[in-house]
Design a protein around this ligand. Structure first.
Ligand code: HSE
Length: 376
């Protein structure tokens, strides 16, 4: 296997090192705009496209552009693609799968969800044998690092975020982490693979943790609860619900205990029941190792994407309900606030779709609103 590596940042440098260490393939080119002092460096994507011996492009530059242009050009030049870029794959899902198929090249993105966890390959395997009905869990290392450290060490939100950035967990723009968008992309990919669908980004309900305060965290702790931000997708009779929201869990539950940058993601399958996957969900070497796994699968002849089908569906977020914690000054939320709870209130049980609609109005009045679902 001869590789053109796109990007020499946190993940790219890890991919480069692991491939060299294992002698697993030849990295012939490393595309980066900086002068990084390695012999394989090029500033020109054309070098990679024009070299017919390069059979695989590994894209770990992140972001949508020029990653999209480079990945599609690579496929059109007959090269297989491995990427860790969830933003790219979730955004151009249908197009990239169709193009890979048309060009007869392989396309894998295991490191895009769960960092070092082989989550998408686990879903791919599970659904060969049985129907998956639910998937849920902690899918973002940065926000888990923030929430764990706010709770366990009393760190402020800002300090915990800076530490997560210094450790290389956060996205280039950490808004993607704290506003839940990174998890949204991971939920989309997971749901698409697990349920053979193609969900639409704008339909997911996404609530982040940007506005959580020390007082919220303290009040949850006093009630024996821990706040984690979860990505979820459920399937029932063809109806798929998918959303991202802070969630209050019993403090002694397995999910509540997940520390630092770790992820814990589970699926429920009709025969096997619940299966959980735990590991480092962000960071150089875990994520890079998973991208190298994809390369090795390709070298062993694996060509197929994780699913062959992608039904275009509308989400059914009206089918899943929770009681919510809500802390806001918005007048439009008054009717929802039923029971005092720490610095905020609890709502009655309401569907995710109802909360999604309510939040549009509430946010327009109060950008500091914070909500969290109360786990059943
Ligand atoms: N920013 C992401 C996270 C990187 O913190 O989980 C891994 O996808």
């Amino acid at each position: 296997m001869i590789i053109g590596l796109l990007g020499f940042g946190t993940i790219g440098a890890g991919v480069y090192e692991i491939i060299k260490e294992r002698g697993a393939a030849e990295v012939r080119y490393v595309l980066d705009i900086r002068e990084i002092g390695i012999p394989e460096l090029t500033h020109n994507m054309e070098d990679i496209l024009a070299d017919s011996e390069v059979d695989t492009v590994v894209e770990v530059m992140g972001g949508l552009h020029p990653a999209y242009e480079f990945v599609t050009a690579a496929m059109k030049a007959g090269k297989s693609v491995v990427t860790a870029n969830k933003y790219l794959v979730a955004t151009f899902y249908d197009e990239l799968i169709a193009l890979a198929k048309e060009m007869g090249v392989a396309f894998r993105c295991t490191a895009a969800v769960g960092g070092g966890i082989g989550w998408l390959t686990a879903l791919e395997k599970a659904k060969r044998a049985e129907r998956i009905t639910a998937l849920e869990g902690i899918m973002n290392g940065t926000t888990n690092y923030i929430l764990s450290n706010m709770k366990e060490k009393g760190l402020s939100f800002e300090t915990a975020l800076s530490e997560a950035q210094a450790l290389g967990y956060a996205e280039a723009d950490p808004s993607a982490d704290i506003d839940g968008l990174d998890i949204m992309h991971k939920v989309m990919l997971s749901a698409n693979v697990a349920y053979d669908v193609s969900v639409k980004k704008e339909e997911l309900f996404v609530a982040g943790i940007r506005t959580i305060t020390d007082e919220d965290v303290k009040a949850f702790g006093e009630k024996g609860l821990t706040c984690k931000i979860l990505g979820s997708a459920f399937e029932n009779d063809g109806a798929v619900a998918a959303f991202v929201q802070p969630t209050l869990l019993p403090a002694d539950s397995m999910t509540a205990s997940v520390p630092a940058n770790f992820n814990l993601i589970s699926y429920e399958a009709e025969h096997s029941g619940k299966m959980s996957f735990f590991g480092q969900g962000a960071g150089r070497y875990p994520t890079a190792a998973n991208a190298v796994q994809d390369c090795l699968d390709l070298a062993a002849g694996k060509k197929e994407f994780y699913t062959n089908e992608s039904k275009q569906i509308a989400l059914s977020n009206d089918k899943v309900s929770y009681r919510y914690y809500i802390r806001t000054t918005a007048k439009s939320a008054k009717a929802l606030c039923k029971e005092p709870f720490g610095p905020g209130y609890l709502t009655e049980k309401m569907s995710v779709a109802e909360m999604q609609a309510a939040m549009v109005k509430i946010k327009a009045e109060d950008e500091k609103v914070f909500i969290a679902a109360l786990a059943e």
